[in-house]
Design a protein around this ligand. Structure first.
Ligand SMILES: NC(=O)c1ccc[n+]([C@@H]2O[C@H](COP(=O)([O-])OP(=O)(O)OC[C@H]3O[C@@H](n4cnc5c(N)ncnc54)[C@H](O)[C@@H]3O)[C@@H](O)[C@H]2O)c1
Length: 254
């Protein structure tokens, strides 16, 4: 088996799959043989062969309905990619309780709700895998990201706990930790900055590779973790961050 066809016959659900990292992941899994459903707040841009389902991961009833519909369309589920997420700026002083609840409800409880709804289907799969989109913010202290970082730190801890809980079910659980990825999300952040070009240069400079990560690079890492070829890989966090977490290069050495 090569990685060109490793998802043949498998069925995948990608949350937040209408844009950015999720969109690239859904397309890559489909190209490698999977039948793929996308769960998103706005699935209107999702094109065949991908199947779009509208749901809000912060609403349990809509998640249950969309997961059930996707599993019915696909005839089951083998792979779940928990990728939908939302951002937050500021220090611990800057966001009120309502904003903390809103972001945790999407970034953390969204993973809980989708996984809870998908587990009965995943338990019936011979190649079950869950991949969560976490962040370098879970493992490195970034300024002005207290709430966002806390939400992703919780996703990292949840990834490990779920990997332990579902070993016996034959379900592998891993996460990817991207650095700053060139997606519409980051485009919106740059547009909102006083000097978008300077902000982009600062974000590029923060990564040892000197450039932003691409959505396709994160999709490749997610596919690696989800693939039946990775049957011994569970409970890991794979950095896709241009060296941002682990490297301390001298500027001249780049
Ligand atoms: N872009 C980055 O620099 C970066 C870095 C690290 C981690 N991440 C994580 O990657 C994931 C995807 O980010 P992206 O950059 O591709 O963003 P994006 O904005 O391009 O795409 C996010 C998608 O998620 C959907 N979504 C948002 N909230 C939702 C909800 N409540 N229910 C259902 N769908 C919802 C949106 O409609 C959108 O289609 C997020 O979890 C984010 O935290 C992004």
């Amino acid at each position: 088996m090569t990685d060109a066809q490793d998802f043949d016959g498998l069925r995948a659900l990608v949350t937040g799959g209408a844009s950015g990292i999720g969109r690239a992941t859904a397309a890559l899994l489909a190209a490698r043989g999977a039948r793929v459903a996308v769960l998103d707040l706005d699935p209107s841009a999702v094109e065949k062969p991908l199947l779009g389902h509208r749901a809000d991961v912060s609403d349990d009833a809509s998640v249950r309905a969309a997961v059930a519909a996707a599993a019915a369309d696909l005839g089951g589920l083998d792979v779940l990619v928990n990728n939908a997420g939302t951002g937050a700026r500021g220090t611990v002083e800057d966001n009120d309780d309502a904003e903390w609840h809103r972001v945790l409800d999407v970034n953390l409880l969204g993973v809980v709700r989708t996984t809870r709804a998908a587990l009965p289907h995943l338990r019936r799969s011979a190649h079950a895998a869950v991949v969560n989109t976490c962040s370098v913010a879970a493992t490195a202290g970034l300024p002005q990201r207290a709430l966002y970082s806390a939400s992703k730190g919780a996703v990292l801890a949840l990834t490990l706990a779920m990997a332990a809980d579902h070993l016996g079910d034959g379900i592998r659980v891993n996460c990817v930790n991207p650095g700053t990825v060139d997606t519409p999300w980051v485009g919106r952040l740059l547009d909102a900055a006083p000097d978008p070009a300077a902000e982009r240069a600062a974000l590029e400079d923060r990564q040892p590779t000197g450039r932003l990560v691409t959505a396709d690079e994160v999709a490749g890492a997610i596919a690696y973790l989800a693939s039946p070829l990775s049957g011994s890989t569970t409970g890991t966090a794979l950095a896709v961050d241009g060296g941002m977490q682990g490297l301390r290069p001298r500027r001249a050495a780049r």
